[in-house]
Structures are given as C-alpha cells and as structure tokens.
Design a protein around this ligand. Structure first.
Ligand SMILES: Cc1cc2nc3c(=O)[nH]c(=O)nc-3n(C[C@H](O)[C@H](O)[C@H](O)COP(=O)(O)OP(=O)(O)OC[C@H]3O[C@@H](n4cnc5c(N)ncnc54)[C@H](O)[C@@H]3O)c2cc1C
Length: 259
C-alpha cells in the first residue's frame, strides 16, 4: 500500500490511543512546554468509548499530574470504604484479613470510578492545554523515515478488503508525522506489535504474560448495594493450575462492576 498518496500533517508529538497513558503523556508534555504541538488519535468514536477497566483507581498518578484534580472536577466520587478478600472453595468461603495482603490488594485511599469518565475528563484537561484530540481515527499503519525510524502513523483509513486491497468507498486517510511517536494503544496494540517485531524489542526479555478479564456493570437492588465496597476473590471455580479470581466494586447509582 506504499504507492497510496496521502496528505500529511506535522506535529512535535503524535500519540496513538486516548487511554490513561496517552492522555497523561499529552498533558505532561504540554505542562513541560506549552509550545509543543501534540496530537492524540483515538479509534473509539469518542474518548472513553473503548475504556473497559474495572476500575479501582489509586489517585497517586493524578496527584502527581494534576494536583488540584478535585477542584477541577475529576470524576472520582466514590472513595473505597470497605475492602474484602475471600478465598473460595467448593464448600464455601474464607475471609482473608487485610493485614497480610500485598499492597496491590489494599485499596485504602483509592476510588471506584468509571475509567471512561476519568478519560473523558482527562481529555478536557488536555484540550484546555492545547492538545488536539481526534476521536474516530484508528491508526492502521506506521510510517517509516529514510533511516528506518518511525516518523508517523496513517490514521482514518477506511474500506480495505480483507486481503488489504482498497474496496468500494476506500478512504486512504492521512499521515500524521511527529518528531516523536508515542504508542499508547493499551495491551497488544497492533502498531506496538509491529515495532516490537521490527526493532526486536523483546529480544532477551522475559516473554509477555497476558490474562483475560471479563466485566459487566449491573444495577442491583438498593438494599444489596454498599457504595464504596470492594470485594476480591481467589480460588473456586478455577482449578489449582490457573491464577485468577473475581471482583465486585460498588460504585454510584446502585451499580456494581462485576468481573
Ligand atoms: C477487566 C479489566 C479490569 C481492570 N481493572 C482495573 C482496576 O480496577 N484498576 C486499575 O488500576 N487497572 C485496571 N485494569 C487495567 C487498566 O485497564 C490498564 O492498566 C489501563 O487501561 C492501561 O491504560 P492504557 O492507556 O495503556 O491503555 P488503554 O486503557 O487500553 O487505552 C488504549 C486506548 O488506545 C486506543 N487505541 C488502541 N489502538 C489504537 C490504534 N491503533 N489507533 C487509535 N487508537 C487506538 C483504544 O481505543 C483505547 O482508548 C483493568 C483491566 C481490565 C481489562
């Protein structure tokens, strides 16, 4: 597809993905130098549309990035009030006290949030600093310079056939070039996989390890809802050779995240 002619736009930094990583990077760059031209490209129809996590958030990252996040209306509305951990077995459950738990499982000072809403709010903060954010723009290809360096991405290309040839109504999209290209696509990003392969970034490293998470949001009987409660479990129904567990986070509006 290299013979396709596309318009190109030049930036200082091109960021792929408007998740917490990409938006934090964009905000930090503009805090460091307000003159930088920073663009964030997001494949979801709006920022937050593809943000799926639980989520219990440790605000230490926000404290460092935007210390007055409370005054600025960050949607961290539900502090964790109760933290429970259970080992499950076929016959029942055992409550594990909090003191021997690793720090990761200690949610004191954390908040139960909609990470989609947190990202929408972060996008507003970034735009106020002058970051350009283009939702609905999937980055489908990397653009390489003469020395084999990544110099940009192709975004907004639509209508390819399954074999990669242009189909009916094909739109070539455009190239966005940057002095730096920051890939923050989340786990197993397609462009990240390409650069890992091309530049042998995983050579000599431990293999990456992945888990599968499933999550639903339920509205429950208000009598059973305990806002601010976090529950994790391990064990049943997983066998002894599989690591994993479950979570239930009680957020606002009689809703719970179940995963
Ligand atoms: C079910 C589940 C529960 C979780 N619960 C928690 C929790 O409670 N607390 C916690 O701290 N962490 C939790 N996590 C982990 C957390 O979600 C991740 O650590 C975090 O989202 C990583 O942020 P990120 O910005 O790197 O990537 P992501 O959040 O994945 O964001 C990546 C963004 O990039 C966009 N994108 C990807 N590829 C492209 C492309 N080629 N072009 C344009 N846009 C692209 C995506 O649409 C997305 O918006 C959970 C994860 C899962 C799956």
């Amino acid at each position: 597809m290299t013979d396709i002619q596309r318009e190109a736009m030049e930036y200082d930094v091109v960021i792929v993905g408007a998740g917490p990583a990409g938006l934090s990077a964009a905000i930090r760059l503009k805090q460091l130098d307000a003159e930088l031209n920073v663009v964030v490209l997001e494949k979801g129809s709006e920022v937050g549309a593809h943000i799926l996590s639980g989520a219990v958030i440790d605000p230490c990252g926000l404290d460092a990035l935007i210390p007055d996040w409370k005054e600025k209306g960050a949607p961290l509305n539900t502090p964790v009030k109760e933290d429970n951990f259970y080992m499950l077995g076929e016959a029942g459950q055992i409550r594990v006290p909090n003191f021997p738990m690793p720090p990761l499982m200690n949610n004191h000072g954390n908040y139960i949030v909609s990470m989609g809403n947190v990202c929408r709010w972060m996008a507003e903060q970034a735009e106020e600093l002058g970051v350009e954010i283009f939702p609905g723009m999937a980055c489908s290809e990397l653009v390489y310079g003469d020395n084999g360096e990544v110099k940009g991405v192709v975004a907004g290309e639509f209508g390819k056939n399954p074999d990669g040839t242009p189909g009916d109504g094909y739109e070539p999209g455009m190239e966005l070039h940057g002095k730096y290209v920051f890939l923050s696509e989340g786990v197993r990003g397609s462009l990240a996989k390409e650069v890992i392969e091309k530049y042998k970034l995983s050579a000599g490293k431990e293999p990456q390890k992945f888990g599968i998470g499933m999550k639903e949001i339920w509205e429950v009987d208000p009598a059973k809802h305990k806002q601010g409660t976090v529950t994790h479990t391990m064990g049943w129904p997983l066998g002894s050779n599989a690591g994993g567990g479950s979570f239930i986070y009680h957020l606002e509006n009689n809703q719970v995240y179940v995963g």
